[in-house]
Design a protein around this ligand. Structure first.
Ligand SMILES: Nc1ncnc2c1ncn2[C@@H]1O[C@H](COP(=O)(O)OP(=O)(O)OP(=O)(O)O)[C@@H](O)[C@H]1O
Ligand SMILES: [Mg+2]
Length: 300
């Protein structure tokens, strides 16, 4: 069977060389309910962004816009700077010794790295879910309630309501409602990751950043999280790093492909943004050969 006769493979798309895996471009048509996420409000505006660790320029020339109520996926080979760029969005580099962010990074109209901008406030509005679920060694309830105190929410009934709402939004409530006082460490990996999502959304952020949130999970738990991301998109703007191109194709609206290149200024390979477009275009008709080589499994 010719490549283009295979289901789900359009012009320019080759099958993934791994047996049984085909990268299927997502539908071009926007499938979200009318009125949701169609305003194309820019949440982050990056221009010529670069990040240094000491003297080393880890990633450079990142110019892109992240849009409200969309899921944006970052893909690319290891070391290309996906995590580094993601961590810029909630000022995590403030706590990395030697890290320096240069260029423009605007969150709505605010320059995110301006001296008067509070990193604590930034992290309340822009939450992060990590690769490895990291619940606190506390009860399920206390994990979700954790950030509420710093927001000044202390009333018992209000906290109860937010904990329930957050666990419901994270599709975990039914599984834990009878053991809210049990330790979060007794949950399965997939449940722990949904708990971390509940903890993140409990403080009502605008943006949720996810760095390979499913890499420690089995396919069933992964499917749950992917379904959850699609649901959360109505209320949040999501940026996800993933090594799983099928996942990027399934869940994201837009995809940014990063790669590593030898930088003439440094002996080491450094990361750069190659192509950023709708997920459909990235997978069905990439403009850059490097993108095409990567998504067809011939590089990285
Ligand atoms: N804290 C740090 N100190 C020094 N160099 C770092 C630090 N974190 C990352 N780097 C370097 O910056 C570059 C980009 O790393 P980053 O973790 O952003 O890549 P990545 O695309 O997320 O890779 P992976 O897919 O393996 O997670 C790499 O060369 C890495 O070695
Ligand atoms: Mg990473």
């Amino acid at each position: 069977m010719a490549v283009h006769d295979q289901p789900g493979i359009g012009p320019g798309i080759q099958p993934d060389p791994r047996p049984g895996i085909v990268i299927q471009p997502p539908p071009e048509i926007d499938d979200r309910p009318p009125g949701v996420g169609l305003d194309r409000t820019t949440v982050f505006d990056l221009e010529g962004l670069a990040v240094y660790y000491g003297e080393f320029r880890a990633v450079r020339d990142v110019t892109m816009q992240i849009f409200k109520n969309e899921i944006t996926a970052f893909i690319g080979p290891s070391g290309c700077g996906k995590t580094t760029v993601l961590r810029c969005f909630n000022r995590m580099h403030d706590v990395t010794p030697g890290a320096r962010v240069v260029g423009q990074l605007r969150y709505h109209t605010a320059e995110l790295y301006a001296p008067h901008v509070s990193a604590t406030e930034v992290r309340r509005r822009i939450g992060m879910v990590f690769q490895k679920p990291n619940p606190f060694p506390k009860s399920i309830y206390d994990n979700v309630a954790f950030g509420l105190r710093s927001k000044g929410i202390r009333g018992r009934s209000e906290v109860d309501a937010i904990v329930e709402r957050s666990l419901r939004s994270a599709a975990l409530w039914d599984e834990v409602k009878d053991r809210l006082r049990a330790s979060a460490l007794g949950l399965s990996g997939g449940q722990q990751q949904r708990l971390c999502i509940a903890r993140t959304i409990a403080v009502d952020p605008e943006v949720v950043l996810m760095d390979e949130p499913c890499s420690a999970l089995d396919p069933v738990a992964t499917a749950r999280i992917e379904e959850l991301m699609r649901e959360l998109r109505a209320a949040y703007t999501i940026v996800i790093v993933t090594h799983n191109m099928q996942q990027a194709g399934r869940v994201s609206d837009r995809t940014a492909f990063f790669t590593t290149e030898v930088d003439s200024k440094f002996a080491r390979r450094t990361g750069t943004l190659v192509e950023y477009d709708t997920t459909h275009n990235i997978f069905a008709k990439p403009r850059d050969q490097r993108t095409e080589r990567y998504i067809t499994g011939r590089f990285g």
